[in-house]
Design a protein around this ligand. Structure first.
Ligand code: PQ2
Ligand code: NAD
Length: 212
């Protein structure tokens, strides 16, 4: 059973061996996480070419050699040649994170199907049982958690930061966190106004308690 984590790979060095369809899909996910990407492959898809032209990654036009992995924190082996992918696996150091597109057993991490909605990330993994099912589940959940939900999550983040700075009573904080996470709060829609109302009520409560 895998141990799920959210990796902070912003500005970290990632090497992708192979520049085909699978590499391109992984690269899109890596770019969203702001990784610093080098692609090593004799040929690359037109999509990867565009990313290179836009300065989003570095392409080293060559076949794989072990020294390509130097300084990489994360390695993706996605060539269409099993022997090459295996050579990448062998060349990786035990402390490097490595994903081999055609060999889940030798990978020390798998890439899940992902939904991003503002600060919300949903990752789906079937542990190598069926990437197609992971994709299906992603599509189902995408309908449930739409863009509006993402805006709500980002609003919650702003509120949370505000509450942490300004509300020092622990009990009151808890009350507020619970109230803004309530489904009825989200469904009311006008979150700013709702939040202000909520704050007024909590402060009123404070005054009332003091008077008692
Ligand atoms: C989720 C996703 C993320 C991503 O890649 O970004 C992902 N694969 C996706 C799609 C997909 N992959 C494949 C097909 C063709 C249909 C099919 O074969 O079923 C499709 C569907 C399509 O392309 O439409 C073929 C395939 N995949 C792997 C093998 C090798 C093997 O299992 O041995 C083979 C056979 C290759 C061959 O033919 O030899 C292996 C892996 N693929 C994984 C992830 C990891 C396990 C995740 C899990 O179990 O949940 C793992 C173990 C390693 C890894 O790559 O990290 C992405 C969906 C993204 C999305 O749409 O949201
Ligand atoms: N994990 C997954 O999600 C998944 C999905 C589908 C397929 N696969 C597997 O992924 C692999 C790649 O599939 P694809 O459709 O992207 O292939 P592809 O044919 O589109 O691309 C292959 C790439 O590998 C490069 N390459 C070949 N030899 C190389 C070498 N010696 N050094 C560096 N680069 C080299 C080619 O230049 C090309 O860019 C296949 O083995 C397939 O079985 C994995």
């Amino acid at each position: 059973m895998g141990y799920p984590v959210m990796l902070n790979i912003a500005n970290q060095h990632v090497v992708v061996i192979g520049g085909g369809k699978v590499a391109e899909r992984k690269i899109h996910g890596l770019l969203e996480a702001k990784a610093n990407i080098t692609v090593v492959a004799p040929t690359i898809t037109s999509g990867i070419q565009q990313l290179e032209a836009a300065g989003k990654l570095i392409w080293r036009q060559k076949t794989f050699s072990p020294d390509d992995l130097e300084e990489a924190w994360v390695v993706i082996a996605a060539t269409n040649n099993r022997d090459v992918n295996e050579a990448v696996a062998k060349a990786a150091k035990p402390y490097q994170l490595i994903n081999i597109a055609d060999d889940p057993e030798r990978s020390n991490f798998h890439v899940p199907a992902v939904i991003r909605r503002g600060r919300l990330t949903i990752a789906i993994s079937t542990g190598g049982a069926s990437p197609t099912i992971a994709q299906q589940i992603r599509r189902q959940l995408e309908e449930l958690y739409d863009d509006d939900y993402g805006r709500y999550i980002d609003f919650l983040y702003q509120c949370r930061q505000w509450i942490l700075r300004n509300v020092h009573d622990e009990q009151k904080r808890k009350e507020l966190f619970k109230a803004i996470a309530d489904e009825s709060f989200r469904k009311r829609g006008d979150w700013e106004e709702e939040f202000e109302q909520l704050l007024k009520n909590v402060i009123k409560e404070e005054i009332r308690r003091k008077e008692e």
